[in-house]
Design a protein around this ligand. Structure first.
Ligand SMILES: [Zn+2]
Length: 258
């Protein structure tokens, strides 16, 4: 009965993850594209269909690409905002909201730009790559509000600079405030969940390590093994929308019994 053994094995891992979380005072959750994908949001490359397949990422998502052809980049982000459409948080997002009932401090540090953690109701979300629904000007980062969609080209800021999406483009540094906050949260957490991200790309990849070096237990929640698996205390191999609700269900049960 191999299948039965597998199921028992998964349940033991889920129980162990719940125990580690129930003992933690502070938990950081690092999330990436896998979590958004489970809500039907295509990754950058998956979104490059139709006419967009003809462009390379340098043309669509770098400061140089924007300056070379502002309307093109503007329309690409308009298109991606449309793809986001009515995307809703999935059970993984909601399980992370539930987690706040069982851990005194939960911080989500996300590489996703879709705002779904906030939409689900997570109270503390750090956006490492910015947000596709926010805007600022190119030269001075003046925040721009109420930017209409479906314009033919970027509007101008009061300072005269072009408005751009408030996302981190290839070759750009992560917002230092968000990155520093992410590192600090990892360093002071007892458990770090790494969810739906292979954590391959630096500097975001250094976050789990920052916590690991201070003794945090790393719990890897990914469908496949990845570099984080090697430093993980536990690995929950599967989609976050399945694994995280299982863990939260055990936490709820434990609380009911105590
Ligand atoms: Zn400006």
């Amino acid at each position: 009965m191999k299948h039965q053994d597998d199921l028992e094995g998964i349940q033991l891992t889920v129980d162990a993850a719940a125990k580690a979380l129930s003992e933690a005072k502070r938990v950081t959750v690092l999330t990436g594209a896998g979590v958004s994908k489970e809500s039907g949001i295509p990754t950058f490359r998956d979104a490059q269909t139709g006419i967009w397949a003809e462009f390379n990422p340098e043309e669509l998502a770098t400061p140089e690409g924007f300056l070379a052809n502002p309307p093109l980049v503007w329309k690409w982000y308009d298109f991606r905002r449309k793809l986001l459409g009515d995307a809703k948080p999935n059970p993984g997002h909601y399980a992370l909201v539930e987690l706040e009932k069982y851990v005194p401090k939960v911080t989500i540090v996300t590489q996703n730009i879709d705002g779904l953690h906030q939409k689900a109701g997570s109270s503390d979300v750090v956006e490492l790559h910015g947000s596709i629904t926010r805007f600022h000007c190119f030269d001075n980062q003046h925040e721009a509000k109420d930017v209409p969609y479906e314009l033919e080209e970027p509007p101008s800021c009061h300072c005269g600079s072009m408005i751009r999406p408030a996302v981190v483009w290839f070759g750009e540094a992560l917002p230092s405030k968000a990155f520093t906050r992410g590192v600090t949260e990892c360093e002071f957490s007892q458990v770090i969940l790494v969810v739906g991200t292979s954590a391959l790309v630096q500097p975001a990849a250094s976050l789990p390590m920052a916590g690991y070096n201070r003794g945090a237990k790393i719990i890897d929640v990914n469908p496949e093994t990845n570099p984080v698996t090697q430093i993980s205390f536990l690995s929950l191999m599967g989609p976050s929308g399945e694994m995280l609700p299982k863990v939260v269900a055990v936490l709820a049960k434990r609380k009911g019994q105590s």
